[in-house]
Design a binder for this molecule. Structure first.
Ligand code: HEC
Ligand code: HEC
Ligand code: HEC
Ligand code: HEC
Length: 182
């Protein structure tokens, strides 16, 4: 009888030991997966000329707005200051020829387009057949449909010497006001 009790407690201890190890392992894999996910969230910028080809109407409307000229609003000196440039530029393209995209371009609001601009995703036929499904694919590839929070990354008081109160509902129709077709 005693032998069995000892054997049993050894077994219990062993099981506890291994499951602790397993739990630690799975915690590690989870942390790794999370880190990978954060990495994958980065989608490279391509620049407004890449969007222009397929979205002529939005491009033309945007070109007339202050966002398109936000870089020119800064003096040459101010353009060199990171504390000014951050909200007056869009970001760097990827690769060796990393080019700074100036002004508040499409991707400052819609997210880096390297992955969602793909013809497999932003495809007229596929989009017409299944708008919700294609939008989901686009969003999974980095497309942002902007909300007030996305604007308030720049339209906030801190660091913005020319701050004006921001009203998303009133302002969002001014970003590229496309006239109704036909
Ligand atoms: C190959 C052509 C093509 C390119 C390049 C492209 N798009 Fe699109 N995009 C489309 C098509 C087609 C749709 C589907 C809706 C439509 O027909 O306008 C779409 C949809 C969208 C939508 C709207 C999603 C909705 O809710 O209806 C946004 C926003 C968008 N594109 C932004 C961009 C931006 C920003 C870029 C540049 C980084 C870009 N697109 C590049 C063809 C393209
Ligand atoms: C946090 C983002 C942010 C930073 C940082 C920032 N700006 Fe701006 N800037 C804006 C926004 C947004 C506007 C448009 C006004 C508004 O709606 O707040 C603007 C507008 C301007 C304008 C146009 C003013 C007008 O009335 O047309 C100038 C010039 C300007 N900023 C210069 C600067 C300078 C110089 C710096 C650095 C000292 C700077 N900005 C830093 C966000 C910023
Ligand atoms: C300042 C932010 C901002 C910029 C810059 C911007 N957009 Fe948008 N875009 C929006 C918002 C906001 C919507 C409307 C989302 C909604 O309806 O809720 C939108 C909607 C769209 C749509 C859906 C159809 C429509 O016209 O509403 C397309 C396509 C689009 N944008 C393409 C572009 C392209 C291409 C550019 C660059 C030439 C661009 N956007 C620049 C904020 C922006
Ligand atoms: C990357 C920073 C940035 C983001 C993101 C951004 N803006 Fe702006 N916005 C600016 C700057 C900078 C200006 C001023 C440009 C200038 O006057 O030269 C401006 C100006 C404007 C103006 C013109 C204001 C005026 O008084 O004429 C409107 C409207 C506007 N933004 C709406 C929006 C909306 C809506 C969003 C989100 C969908 C948004 N912006 C996102 C930086 C940004």
């Amino acid at each position: 009888m005693r032998k069995i009790v000892i054997l049993l407690s050894v077994l219990v201890a062993l099981v506890a030991f291994f499951s602790l190890g397993l739990a630690q392992d799975s915690a590690k894999t989870e942390a790794k997966a999370a880190a990978k996910e954060v990495k994958e969230v980065k989608h490279d910028y391509v620049g407004v000329t890449k969007c222009k080809g397929c979205h002529k109407a939005q491009f033309e409307a945007w070109s007339e707005t202050p966002h398109a000229k936000a870089w020119e609003a800064l003096s040459a000196e101010e353009q060199k200051k990171p504390e000014c440039a951050t909200c007056h530029e869009t970001g760097k393209t990827a690769g060796e020829t990393a080019e700074m995209l100036t002004g508040v371009q499409c991707e400052a609001c819609h997210g880096g387009g390297a992955d969602y601009k793909s013809f497999k995703i932003m495809n007229k036929k596929k989009w017409a057949a299944d708008p919700e499904g294609q939008l989901k694919l686009a969003q999974a590839a980095g497309l942002i449909i902007p909300t007030a929070d996305d604007c308030m990354r720049c339209h906030k008081k801190e660091g913005n010497p020319n701050f004006k109160p921001f009203d998303f509902e009133k302002m969002k129709d001014k970003v590229h006001p496309v006239k109704a077709e036909g």
